[in-house]
Ligand binder design. Structure first.
Ligand code: GLA
Length: 417
């Protein structure tokens, strides 16, 4: 495991004690789901169109301590949100205690595929260090935590690929977000220090060990970089942001047009169903905005493929340049982001030792990520803190000084311990 392994023994102990208090059971009976956050260096916003994505988890995320409840009731409390959530039926999204809807969604997803659950859970859920997790796929981390807990309580053996589908049902089916499968795939399939790469059309994936040809060892490579996360102070859940679903619809419009132009109108309108040659031949006929979305898809797919080669050969410089190019395409072609997030991205590009940077996740709010030379990570973090504070003093002052810029390590996949 990494130097800064997460969760620590103290965090696990605290979690077990909390659930023991809530349920009246022994702390030793409490199981804990560890569900990490993820970053996506290359392959932004192309998962919903069946493109190729790359991702890895970090050593921060969600912990869910639980015991089987002894009947079908689910009882939950949260470290971040008020109130107690109680239900034994997933049917309705509830407006009060909205945070419980991911758990209801998890039960809905499992039941909708014919699973009969006889055990609910009594659980306590909590995010790492109270950090603002927008842009790090906290919603998928939460959804997966509930899925794994309910499955464990009911002695179910579920493959990661089935859980990817169950989490898709929570987000697309229950919550109405039209996102792809990047987040949950990263959380369920990542392996420490490796890059997870998935073709979102076929769902085939590869776990890529890094190589360091010059110094001859994988360990050297893993030690040579850190993940820097810089928070903008802008917060908003994706489910409340119409921008995300609107971009998905624009990509579909591009796919529809290009499929019609090539006589394949009957195919599902996703850009992965459009041949590159067809795109090249007809791109000038697309409406300007739709053309930009298609340009992002096709160039991002190429960057992801190049990035995998760079990663495989241990070339962090090239990998980093591709991340930054991907970030520019998100700004100019996909047109997500906002002024503070774009400024933060620019600051990261100038920071000492940074190989490459871009928005993290959907990029409408939240944070930016960078890969940085491990020896210069502290220097880069101080630089980013200082410069962002100067440009956006109000937003920066809302951030907790300890977690405005974080130096993280790669993480592992989600698991129950
Ligand atoms: C969010 C979505 C993902 C993906 C990313 C952007 O995290 O949940 O499906 O589209 O944005 O790459």
């Amino acid at each position: 495991m990494g130097e800064f392994s997460w969760p620590t023994e103290d965090q696990l102990k605290e979690m077990r004690n909390k659930v023991s208090e809530m349920s009246g059971r022994d702390a030793e009976e409490v199981r804990v789901v560890v569900s990490p956050y993820r970053i996506c260096p290359l392959g932004a916003h192309i998962d919903h169109q069946g493109g190729t994505v790359s991702a890895m988890t970090i050593n921060k995320g969600i912990l869910l301590g639980f015991v089987p409840s002894g009947d079908t009731e689910v009882v939950l409390r949260s470290g971040q949100f008020d109130g107690e959530v109680r239900f034994s039926d997933s049917a309705k999204i509830k407006e009060e205690c909205k945070w419980g809807n991911y758990a209801r969604g998890a039960l809905y997803a499992l039941q909708s595929r014919g699973n009969i659950l006889t055990e609910g859970i009594i659980g306590y859920i909590c995010g790492s260090d109270n950090l603002d997790s927008s842009g790090l796929s906290s919603s998928a981390a939460v959804g997966i935590a509930y899925l794994l807990a309910l499955e464990s309580a009911n002695d179910m053996n579920v493959t990661p690929l089935d859980n990817i589908e169950y989490d898709r049902l929570i987000e697309n089916g229950y919550l109405g977000l039209r996102n792809g499968i990047l987040d949950q795939s990263a959380i369920l399939l990542s392996r420490y220090g490796c890059l997870m790469c998935m073709d979102c059309k076929s769902k085939e994936y590869e776990i890529i060990q890094p190589r360091e040809p010059q110094n001859g060892g994988e360990t050297e490579f893993k030690k040579s970089y850190k993940i820097l996360l810089a928070f903008s102070g802008l917060r908003c859940a994706l489910t409340n942001n119409p921008g995300y679903n609107c971009r998905v619809a624009e990509c579909q419009e591009a796919a529809k047009f290009l499929l019609c132009a090539s006589g394949k109108a009957e195919m599902e309108p996703r850009l992965c169903n459009v041949e590159e040659e067809v795109y090249e031949a007809h791109k000038s006929e697309l409406e300007p905005i739709i053309a930009k979305r298609a340009q992002h898809y096709f160039t991002e797919n190429r960057r992801a493929a190049k990035g995998l080669k760079a990663w495989k050969s241990g070339n962090l410089e090239d990998f980093g340049k591709l991340i930054s190019a991907s970030g520019l395409s998100s700004i100019h072609n996909y047109e997500c982001g906002s002024e503070p997030l774009i400024q933060l991205n620019e600051i990261l590009q100038r920071a000492p030792g940074v190989f490459g940077a871009r928005f993290s996740g959907a990029g409408f709010r939240g944070c930016c990520l960078a890969l940085v030379d491990a020896d210069r990570a502290e220097e880069a973090a101080s630089y980013v803190r200082r410069e962002y504070f100067e440009l956006q003093p109000e937003l920066a002052s809302q951030l907790n000084a300890d977690s405005a810029v974080l130096i993280c390590e790669p993480g592992d996949s989600a698991r129950v311990i």
